[in-house]
Design a protein around this ligand. Structure first.
Ligand code: WTA
Length: 654
């Protein structure tokens, strides 16, 4: 208790309440012994955590790093992850418990029990088998947030097909590139989806993409909006037509723990998205472990995560983690302000949500909309709040704690990445004294350090590179089709003790209490509203426009979105620097990538600041985008006049 006392003297610390601690899976003592267990024998620790899953052949070994940086976990184990998510619950009191509580944006609702979810997944899986889709095939899922999205993900897992979910906001071009990179043979989609009352033409986007995807043999279409779509005979099938012929039985394909469960594309520092590959057994172990302890999940909980299944958060903490534990998961289709700005709070009251997980960018939007929206609701069932996606600024943390948690709920600020599969650094809500803005400490079994470029450890409050020094079960196994890129991107930069370690791409510091503060990315990846966007991707979208000669994209701090996208563009001769051209270029990015990557600001210039060797000096552009002028070191700049012209150039910001 001594440590608690000493930290309590500091006003900005938030210990969990006594009532929370009493019922928590882990209190301080429990956490201490779990940490000790994990550091004394990491393999034994993770093997024990793996027992949270249903195995057909339980693993006898944990980490195999003989081929480092290529690692394997639980490699002699065999399982089908859907038995952990579904079948095991059917013989318990959870059989008729709500698995999914779904709300459509227009206000429709569906409650699906574990028994029903199992049946729907089996029917869909059987239908996929009948189409000839086999274990190891890749299947693209491009759907709105409807229950069929969860059925589709689990149906693929049931038959051992590797799924790759593409966020519904991506464009036809982005879909095309991902389909071809994955070598997928089928696409599961819907006619459309609702977003702020409008209909997103998903099937139409797929049709456009498939003009250049020779490998796709089947398209399965869920009817959601009922709008007119074109069905290609032989290739396209309606979901309902396929599943209605199937019974509720489908034997699970038993796969090795290392079988690729899914590929998820994410932004890197080049223009080409990376297919992050996750395994089955290791991934499932890490999400089962973190879901249980970080969310302190219990059978009585009703859990609501506002992410989209198109991102890793939705994979790990809407689908796999909560279902492994037999939780009731609230899933909402639409936007937080549709049809009114209290929609999330209404959902929490309506279903008695106890655990709520969202992103800092959303919290900042709620703050801006005003306290009257949450205040109109009771929110008295909530007992735990979480955030993910970017550093949460202390003001937003405090607002979340007071206005949503009503001063009663611990907040878990969870740091992790698409590549880590599950949470890595986070408070444990019954044990950790929170400091707003810090994701606190690594989870038991996770070895995270902050180091200098040469691999030596940084001192307290000294900023450095955030690395993971020991492989963890949920670690990505490779970049799909490009193992070299995997080694170079993640293990090419930093060695600790002479050995390559996983570099996260983030900069961070540990404070004097050993609390971690993540300070953002060090590379050319932006974090816009919690979504990773590679500057190179936006640049390549811009230069694909015939008017553009050259483009450089940087981030500018943004109160709401964390970062905003600023593009510096030089045009080919004969094209004029007009607001119309700027609008055209923004549309070009939306067409190539999707609305999430739309530049906030396009600034025309007749030249970009470059070093004598021709490298664009992004640091200067960042300064100009942020403060309007560049004051840093410009000695390597080739043409100093460029800077003066850039600073003087007007922004086209609307
Ligand atoms: C950032 C999302 C600070 C970080 C699960 C990381 C965070 C990137 C936090 C991964 C947090 C995520 N505090 N920063 N709690 N959570 N990040 O792959 O920069 O979409 O590298 O995964 O988001 O984003 P990704």
């Amino acid at each position: 208790m001594k440590t608690i006392d000493s930290v309590l003297s500091e006003k900005t610390m938030f210990p969990p309440s006594g009532t929370f601690v009493e019922q928590a899976h882990l209190d301080q003592e429990g956490l201490r012994s779990l940490r000790e267990e994990a550091s004394a024998d990491p393999d034994g620790f993770w093997l024990k955590q793996a027992q949270q899953l249903v195995w057909r052949t339980p693993p006898t070994q944990a980490l195999d790093q003989s081929q480092h940086p290529f690692v394997r976990w639980f490699a002699d184990g065999q399982l089908n992850i859907t038995e952990s998510c579904l079948d095991r619950h059917l013989t318990t009191h959870r059989r008729n418990k709500a698995a999914l509580i779904w709300e459509g944006e227009p206000g429709d609702q569906r409650v699906i029990t574990y028994f029903e979810l199992h049946r729907e997944v089996c029917r869909a899986a059987a239908a996929l088998l009948r189409l000839g889709i086999k274990t190891g095939d890749r299947v693209i899922i491009y759907m709105p947030m409807v229950p069929e999205l969860v059925f589709a993900v689990l149906a693929c897992a049931r038959i051992g097909a590797t799924h790759s979910v593409i966020f519904g906001g991506f464009s036809a071009e982005a879909i095309r590139d991902r389909i071809n990179d994955a070598g997928a043979i089928a696409v599961l989609t819907a006619d459309g989806g609702y977003r702020r009352g409008k209909v997103v033409p998903l099937k139409h986007n797929v049709d456009e993409a498939l003009k250049h995807c020779p490998g796709i043999r089947h398209v399965v279409v869920v009817s959601r909006t009922g709008q007119d779509i074109t069905m290609h005979p032989g290739r396209d099938h309606f979901w309902n037509d396929l599943v209605k012929a199937e019974s509720g039985h489908c034997e699970p394909a038993i796969v090795s723990a290392e079988h690729p469960l899914f590929i998820l594309y994410t932004s890197g520092t080049t223009g080409k998205p990376k297919g992050v590959v996750h395994s089955t057994g290791g991934y499932a172990t890490q999400v089962a472990f973190s879901t249980k302890y970080v969310f302190d999940l219990r059978d009585e909980d009703t859990y609501f995560c506002t992410a989209d299944v198109g991102w890793v958060t939705g994979h790990s903490y809407i689908v796999y983690g909560p279902l492994i534990h037999g939780a009731s998961v609230v899933m909402y289709e639409g936007a937080p302000d549709a049809p009114h700005k209290g929609r999330f709070w209404e959902i929490i009251d309506k279903w008695g949500v106890t655990i709520f997980y969202t992103a800092p960018t959303a919290i900042r939007a709620f703050m801006r909309w005003g306290d009257q929206f949450p205040r109109a609701y009771r929110l008295n069932t909530l007992r735990l709040l979480g955030t993910v996606g970017e550093p949460i600024n202390p003001a937003a943390w405090i607002w979340y704690h007071e206005q949503i948690g009503r001063g009663r709920c611990p907040i878990v600020d969870t740091w992790w990445q698409t590549e880590t599969g599950g949470m890595m650094v986070s408070p444990l809500p019954g044990a950790t004294v929170a400091k707003p803005g810090s994701c606190t400490q690594p989870l038991p079994g996770i070895a995270v350090e902050v180091v200098h470029k040469d691999g030596t450890r940084c001192g307290p409050n000294e900023g450095g590179y955030l690395v993971v020094t020991r492989p963890w079960p949920g670690q990505l196994r490779t970049v799909w089709g490009d193992p070299d890129r995997y080694s170079k991107t993640y293990f090419g930069d930093i060695k600790v003790g002479g050995r390559p370690v996983y570099f996260t791409g983030d900069r961070a510091r540990f404070d004097e209490d050993g609390y971690l503060w993540v300070m953002g990315r060090v590379d050319d990846v932006l974090n816009v509203a919690g979504h990773r966007i590679g500057t190179a991707e936006v640049e390549s979208a811009l230069v694909s426009h015939p008017h553009v000669a050259e483009a450089a994209v940087v981030g500018r701090p943004d109160e709401l979105k964390g970062q905003a996208i600023v593009a510096f563009v030089t045009l080919r001769s004969g094209h004029s620097q007009t607001p119309e051209t700027a609008a055209l270029l923004k549309d070009q990015v939306v067409r190539e990538i999707g609305a999430i990557a739309r530049p906030d600001d396009i600034r025309f210039t007749d030249a970009l600041p470059k070093t004598r060797s021709g490298k664009i000096m992004r640091r200067l552009l960042r300064e100009i985008a942020t403060t309007g002028k560049a004051v840093g070191d410009v000695t390597t700049l080739e043409d100093i006049a460029v800077l003066q012209r850039l600073s003087a150039s007007d922004s086209d910001e609307e």
